[in-house]
Write a protein that binds this ligand. Structure first.
Ligand SMILES: Cc1ncc(COP(=O)(O)O)c(C=O)c1O
Length: 457
């Protein structure tokens, strides 16, 4: 049997086992969307499948693959680390690699951020920010923005107003209030109550729809936080590590946050790692004495593979100048998208920064199109976007997704080393799909068939 055939049989068995023992609904959803491919190997933005296709990754695992898939430098650094046979998570020694990575992160982040707590996910980082801001301020309240995504553990989930994520999971942590992202008057009204330990914001909302704030919003929000004794905390789990061009999205606005949460791309796409950067004062409010030296910790925190992945990722991002590259190429990419999509009435806006781009759609004005869209939208508000995602994948070999809290926004967030040709292919492909949406009955018939199958499932 040829090697590829052998692999295919094994992978089919793997899919069955996954459906039996992990998440059958996920397998059904991928089948429905005709996206249940098996991948053999991946590099940069290119994903190779067992049936010989090459898919271009414009999702990047929700901003994990800033350095691309399986970057050879990161892979080699991890191999080297493994061959050392060094202690990885002894819990009884000084993890010097953690010191090295923390030093690099603080230097790159700048401002007053001089201490780091390491963890293994973005949600865990958000939990840390919640606990530490309460410890520092002695207040319980937490303020977050509507539409935000902060993770699915109980504390992080409490900072998200979309009920879809929290329904059925019982009471979350109390004391959370929400303001509209961008609304400074509402923010000041809330902060003036002086009950909030922290304002926790994504500087640019990802799942909320790739929302870029007004130029002065974040600086003014930070100033208001200082005025009322609330910590200004930035969740840069998606926007960090040069996704928007600069090392932090905060750097576009000259901010001086009290805490910054990083995760996703710091892993190099290979070993989970999260980091919460903070001021000395916040750190001391938690670990202020020998007795409290390990009051907040986690088994995998500071493990040497994760630290090595983080260090190697920073090296790649810096050596290959992927931030400045994304900043310049992202701008040109959005201009090309804008030009290619301007004739379509359902395209409302193309926006973003660096390689963090959103294409927002709106319901059509012309009658024929509106009737089809509305019928379809009534089945499920995410259906239209999913249909675009499916078409891009099936017909144009592009992997992407709509935003989790804003179904009318499609993301384009490729690895920061994606080629110019891949970016062009995305522009042409989306234009072709939008052309079908606006001119072909076939698109809407397919869409309604998909909706019918989804209802049956
Ligand atoms: C902005 C933001 N914060 C936090 C998280 C949670 O990160 P994780 O899935 O690693 O727990 C996510 C996940 O998508 C995110 O987008």
């Amino acid at each position: 049997m040829p090697a590829a055939e052998h692999l295919k049989v094994e992978q089919n068995e793997g899919v069955k086992l996954y459906a039996d023992h992990v998440n059958p609904q996920w397998v059904r959803l991928l089948d429905l969307l005709e996206m249940n491919a098996q991948y053999t190997n991946c590099s940069a933005e290119r994903l190779h499948t067992t049936d010989g296709r090459t898919i271009l990754d414009f999702l990047s695992g929700y901003c994990v693959y800033n350095a691309g898939h399986n970057h050879p430098f990161i892979v080699e650094a991890l191999r080297d680390e493994l061959t050392l046979n060094a202690p990885s998570m002894l819990q009884s020694h000084v993890a010097t690699l953690a010191g090295e990575l923390a030093g690099r992160l603080c230097e790159k982040a700048g401002g007053r951020l001089s201490k780091v707590y390491f963890c293994s996910s973005g949600s865990e980082g958000v939990e840390t920010a919640i606990k530490f801001s309460r410890a520092f301020t002695g207040r319980d309240g937490l303020l977050a923005a509507r539409g935000a995504f902060h993770g699915l553990t109980c504390g992080a989930l409490a900072l998200m107003d979309h009920r879809f994520w929290s329904e059925g999971f019982g009471p979350l942590i109390p004391g959370v209030e929400f303001v509209d992202f961008g609304d400074l008057s509402a923010l000041e009204r809330q902060l003036a109550t002086k009950k909030f330990a922290a304002l926790i914001l994504e500087p640019m909302q990802g799942e909320g729809g790739i929302l870029i704030p007004e130029q002065d919003y974040l600086a003014k929000a930070q100033a208001l936080c200082r005025k009322y004794g609330t910590l200004f905390v930035l969740d840069e789990v998606q926007t960090g590590l040069h996704r928007t061009g600069r090392f932090l999205a905060a750097h576009h606005y000259d901010l001086d946050p009290d805490m910054v949460i990083l995760a996703k791309a710091l892993s190099g796409g290979l070993v989970p790692v999260g980091a919460v950067l903070m001021t000395d004062g916040i750190y001391d409010s938690v670990y202020g004495s020998l007795r409290r030296a390990i009051v907040h910790t986690s088994t995998y925190s500071e493990n040497s593979l994760a630290m090595r992945a983080g260090l190697a990722t920073l090296e790649v991002l810096e050596n290959e100048q992927l931030g400045p590259r994304a900043l310049a190429m992202g701008e040109a990419f959005r201009e090309r998208l804008q030009d290619a999509l301007s004739e379509f009435e359902m395209v409302a806006q193309v926006r973003g920064m660096g390689f963090f781009t959103g294409i927002e759609f709106r319901s059509p004005r012309s009658l024929g199109l509106r009737l089809s869209f509305e019928a379809f939208h009534r089945v499920h508000p995410a259906m239209f976007g999913q249909m675009l995602v499916m078409r891009l994948y099936r017909d144009h070999n592009i992997l992407t997704q709509i935003c989790g809290n804003n179904f009318m926004v499609l993301k384009a967030a490729p690895p920061l080393n994606a080629s110019e040709e891949s970016l062009d292919h995305f522009v042409q492909s989306l234009a072709a799909v939008m052309d079908a949406v606006h001119s072909s009955k076939r698109f809407w018939q397919d869409a309604l068939q998909l909706a019918a199958r989804a209802v049956r499932i």
